[in-house]
Design a protein around this ligand. Sequence first.
Ligand SMILES: Cc1cc2nc3c(=O)[nH]c(=O)nc-3n(C[C@H](O)[C@H](O)[C@H](O)COP(=O)(O)OP(=O)(O)OC[C@H]3O[C@@H](n4cnc5c(N)ncnc54)[C@H](O)[C@@H]3O)c2cc1C
Length: 486
Amino acid sequence: MSKKISIIGSGFSALSACCYLAKAGHDVTIYEKNAMVGGRARQITKDGFTFDIGPSWYWMPDVFEKFFNDFGKSTSDFYELDKLSPAYKIFFSDDVITIGDHMDQICEEFDRIEPGSSKPLRKFIARAQEHYNIAINKVVLKPGLSPFELVTKETITRVDQFFKTISSEVRKNFKNPKLISTLEFPVLFLGAKPNQTPSFYSFMNFADFGLGTWHPKGGMYEIIKGMKSLAESLGVTINTNSNVEKINVFNGKSVGISVNAETITSDIVLSGADYHHSETLLDKNYRQYSESYWDKRTFAPSSLLFYVGFDVKLKNVEHHNLFFDTNFEKHAEEIYDDPKWPEDPLFYANFPSVTDQSMSPSGCETGFFLIPIAPGLKDTPALRQQYFDIIMNRFELRTNQNVKQNILFKESFCVNDFISEYNSYKGNAYGMANTLMQTAFLRPKLKSKKVNGLYFTGQLTVPGPGVPPSLISGKLVAELIQKNEI
Ligand SMILES: Cc1cc2nc3c(=O)[nH]c(=O)nc-3n(C[C@H](O)[C@H](O)[C@H](O)COP(=O)(O)OP(=O)(O)OC[C@H]3O[C@@H](n4cnc5c(N)ncnc54)[C@H](O)[C@@H]3O)c2cc1C
C-alpha cells in the first residue's frame, strides 16, 4: 500500500531512506532547509577551487557499492573511484609515517618504526577483518530494537571484545607511541576516545589498512549527486529552501509537517535532521528524550574547519595528512573530559587536488584543514584566526615550506555554523559517539515511542556516525517503516 511520506533533511541518511521508500512504491518528498542537498557533505566552489565541506575520507567502498546495487546500479554508474596510493601521511614531531595502499608496504613501515611489529600487525588486522565481516554483514544491519539483536553465534564468542577497549588492545601489541596513534586514529571516526571505544570496533582498522582509502573523482559531493539523481529517477520530489518548522501530530499520530508556514499532510514523517532538533519540532509532550538525556550523552567532536585556496602546488603533502605532532591524549582530554579550546591541537589537512586536478585551477592547491574541538565551545572570529595562525605555523614547519603568502582566500566553518546550517546539537560535527553505552539498541530509536508514524534516521541513530553508517541507517529505517506501516 502506497503511503505519502515527508522526509526532513537531505543528508546521506535521508537520501538513502528516500531511495528505498520510493522503490517500495511510496510517494516520497524531501524538505531540506538549505539551498543545496547533502547536509554535512555539501560542497562549495570558489574561483575554480572545489571544497567538500564535510566528509573527505571514502572508506568501506563495499557499503557504497551495496547501496547502489540495491537499485540495480553500481557506484561506477555515478562516479569514478580512485584508490589513493599512498592512503595518507602522518606527521609526528620527529618523523613522518606513510600509510601505503597495501599491507606489505604498511608492514615495512611498521617494522621501520618498531622492528618486528609487522607480525603482531598482521594478526591484529586479521582479527579486525573478522570483526569487519561480522559488524558490516550482521551487527550494523540491525535496527537497534533490542539487546538480543547483538546476540549471534559470532558475537557470543567475542563478547570480551565489547568490554575491552581498542586502546588496551593496541597497547598490548605495540609499544611505539607513533604506531599506537596510527592504530588508534581510525576509531576517532566513531566519535569517542580510543579508551572509551570497544575493541570490537577494530573493524575500522581493517577498513583503513585492509580496504584502503578511495577518492571519487570530483570530490565526495559526487556521491550526493549520484544519490540525488537515483532518488529522482525513483520518483522522489526534492524541495530545497524548505525549512520544516513543526511536525504535526493529531491523536498521537504524525499527520504531516509545517514548512515555510505551509501545512503539508502525510501518512508518515521521517526526520533525517539531527535527532535533538527533530524532537524540538514536536510539542513537549510528544518528545521522547529530555534535555538532560541529551546533555549526558557523549557527543562526537565539533570542528574548526578552514577551506583555503593556494596559488601554488604544495610540497611534501599527500591527499590526506594527519598532524599528530602534539600530544594526542591531551587534545582528547580537551575534547571529552575538560571541554575547552585545545592548547596544542592535532589537526588534519586534505589536499584533494594532489590527486585530482579537477578540484583546483592548474598550478594551485585546494586545502581543507580540520581541528577537532569539543561541541558547545564559544566560537568567535578572533578564536578562529588565532587557531588558523597556530596550524599554519605548524604546517609550514612540518612540511618544510612557506605557504602563508600563497593563500588566495580562506573560509571557515565552526560551532556556530554547525548550529545555524544544520540545527546541530551544541554544534556537533558528526553526531553521537559510539561508546559501549551508546551502541546499537542503546542509541536513540529509529521509531518514536510517543508518536505513531514518526521515524528518525541519521548519525545520531543506529549504527552511528560516518557516511557508510548513514547509508545503512537510511536502509534500516526504510525497512522498519515497511514492516510497521504496510
Ligand atoms: C567536518 C566533517 C568531516 C567528516 N568527515 C567524514 C569522513 O571523512 N568520512 C565519513 O565517512 N564521515 C565523515 N563525517 C561524518 C559524515 O559526514 C556524517 O556522518 C553524515 O554526513 C551525516 O549524515 P546525516 O544524514 O546523518 O545528517 P546531515 O548530513 O546533517 O543531514 C541532515 C540534514 O537535515 C537538514 N535539516 C536540519 N534541520 C532541518 C529542518 N528543520 N528542516 C529541513 N531540513 C533540516 C540539514 O540542513 C541537513 O541537510 C564528517 C562530518 C563532518 C561534519
